[in-house]
Write a protein that binds this ligand. Sequence first.
Ligand code: URA
Length: 210
Amino acid sequence: MSRDVHVIDHPLVQHKLTLMRKKDTSTKSFRELVHEVSALLAYEITRDMPMQEIEIETPLEQMTSRVIDGKKIVLASILRAGNGFLDGMLQIIPGARVGHIGLYRDPETLQAVEYYFKMPQGMEERDVIVLDPMLATGNSAVAAVDRLKQTNPRSIRFVCLVTCPQGIKTFHDAHPDVPIYTPAIDRGLNDHGYIVPGLGDAGDRIFGTK
Ligand code: URA
């Protein structure tokens, strides 16, 4: 199986990510940047979406033209930081449906436990983009995609802002068929499971909770 990792090295994405990494970047700026970056990521992630030809009429004549194939795309946000990607991506894919996946880590077993899961109807005909800014240990991403696969979507892609080799390995050991889209693969994880050098706690930085 493929274990695809797409590194999105577009200069606009890299520039904005650098600003987001800086510790002095304010909540307001961070939120604006995540909005801008997520729109650019949506553009890259949808590059190879399957298309179909339909017949339309321009004001002048009939023609065959292309649209994205199948039912509307699903943006599946892993709570809570995944929600930071939503507005920017919906700007580029305004018809997308939105699903939410809530997981917490059981302090005893350290396993991801689901507390919320809501996806649209008709998942069998939909392509899903899973949103989580930080693919760190990979445990919650694996659990989220495990659960998502129970709905039998047509395809799944995973997008983050920053990841590291451990996160990629854990994720692809469990889900080699799910491509990862990321602007950055950082050095590794610290003792608290944070990506280094990273950008800190993405949820706290988006929502200003620290
Ligand atoms: N979650 C975050 O928000 N940041 C990290 O570095 C790792 C996990």
